[in-house]
Design a protein around this ligand. Structure first.
Ligand SMILES: C[S@@+](CC[C@H](N)C(=O)[O-])C[C@H]1O[C@@H](n2cnc3c(N)ncnc32)[C@H](O)[C@@H]1O
Length: 407
């Protein structure tokens, strides 16, 4: 039979990358051990909007196939008693970021009109004014329009270097040359058949070839917010598009580098870092962030430091007569926010088999739903009749661990 137990960590493979539930302004020793080794820190903290965000998450095969039904869940709160406490938290995070970076490293801070002014001053103090590289304007069209003033349609992203020998290679993020950019110019084809736009000034002809790359400036209007039905969506309301993170990370990281995000939310930075072959550290206070991030990561070499629930919910399983296959029948869940009609494995988003030792779950195999594979595998082979321990994550992102105890 299975009994619910508390585990403090889950380890995948060698467990080198880190996801950790905690305060990004007060990093624990495990993370501080990497001080001076991180190539890029990106911070996307609360903007001091005063809002409490909600989050939607599909459940069951139907939910993952069609985007509904969904659970409507409470998310994180972006409320601070006053500006001082907000600045104190951010000051802790910016200083920690500076400490964690290697000399070639860079730092991005993502904000909006509310606190960008104050934070620019604070970053100047921590990094030094001479280390400021860019204020990137990420402009978008989504959201309502104001009639009382010009609509606020951009975020501000500051870029700072740790030292004057920082790494940055803009040629890694070429843009397609938009034809509109030169539509006042003459269009021609040269002797090699290459098309270009040209303009004459001061007796000289300037040619802009269509197949020559152009590189982004500091105003980015070609990356939109995620659409409602975008498969990248996790239900986290303030989730940033992976394209945005790609443009920030590609010029500054090489495979094998370390990337960190101390307000990592749904794990966008981690997902992009992983795809670029980097190691990562993700920290967030929200206890659900780990399950949400894990759902989009391969996480083959990862330690997740986030305690599991101890609420007595039961996991139901059975084995076939030869005891060489374990079937997961479901989680005994009742009450809000769980809809009554959910049954069997409907409310399970992912499950894992492994072993628990000293409050650590060593994961051996993970089964999970995705928009691509909405059905959940519900059985696993059992070696020599030896029952594994279990980790089950429900649709609300709550993780529960179960240890096998011989009846
Ligand atoms: C704007 S969201 C980040 C979204 C993220 N970039 C994404 O793409 O999903 C801000 C995050 O900061 C987290 N947060 C707030 N205070 C924090 C703190 N002191 N330490 C770490 N994370 C914090 C919130 O829980 C929230 O997930």
């Amino acid at each position: 039979m299975y009994e619910q137990v508390w585990v403090k960590k889950t380890v995948y493979g060698d467990g080198e990358d880190q996801l950790l539930q905690g305060d990004g302004a007060r990093l624990p020793r495990d993370i501080l051990d990497r001080a001076g080794q991180i190539q890029c820190v990106y911070l996307d903290p609360p903007f001091m909007t005063g809002k409490a965000f909600r989050r939607k998450r599909p459940w069951g095969e139907a939910g993952w196939k069609r985007g509904a039904p969904c659970l409507d869940l409470s998310g994180y709160t972006d409320r601070f008693p006053d500006e001082e406490s907000y600045l104190e938290m951010l000051s802790g995070m910016v200083s920690a970021s500076w400490e964690m970076l290697r000399p070639e490293g860079v730092f991005y801070l993502h904000l909006d009109w509310r606190m960008a002014g104050e934070m620019r001053n604070l970053c100047d103090q921590v990094f030094g004014k001479e280390r400021f590289l860019n204020e990137i304007i990420w402009s978008y069209e989504s959201g309502g329009r104001s009639k009382k003033t010009f609509s606020r349609k951009h975020d501000n992203i500051f870029l700072y270097a740790k030292s004057d020998h920082y790494r940055f290679d803009i040629t890694r993020v070429p843009l397609p040359r938009g034809e509109n950019r030169q539509n006042h110019m003459a269009r021609k084809t040269d002797e090699d058949g290459r098309t270009y736009s040209s303009i004459k000034a001061g007796g000289k002809e300037y040619r802009y070839y269509d197949d020559d790359p152009v590189y982004p400036g500091d105003v980015w209007s070609d990356i939109g917010f995620l659409q409602q039905r975008d498969p990248e969506r996790t239900g986290y309301l303030t989730q940033k598009p992976e394209k945005l993170l790609e443009r920030m990370l590609k010029p500054v990281v090489d495979p094998g580098d370390w990337v960190a995000d101390f307000c990592c939310g749904s794990g966008t930075t981690m997902a992009v870092a992983e795809r670029l072959g980097c190691h990562y550290i993700g920290v967030d206070t929200n206890p659900e962030f780990a399950a949400i991030s894990l759902a989009r990561l391969r996480g083959e070499n990862l330690t997740v430091t986030c305690g599991t629930a101890m609420d007595g919910r039961e996991a139901h399983t059975h084995t076939d007569p030869e005891r060489n296959r374990l079937w997961l029948d479901g989680l005994e869940l009742t009450g809000a926010p769980y809809p009554e009609m959910a049954k069997g494995t409907d409310l399970i988003e992912s499950w894992e088999v492994g072993r628990i030792e000293n409050e650590v779950f060593y994961s051996r195999k993970r089964f999970r739903r995705s928009f691509r594979y909405p059905a959940l595998t519900d059985n696993v082979s059992v070696e020599d009749g030896k029952m594994p321990d279990l980790m089950v994550t429900d649709a609300a992102g709550i993780r529960r661990a179960y240890r096998w105890r011989n009846p």
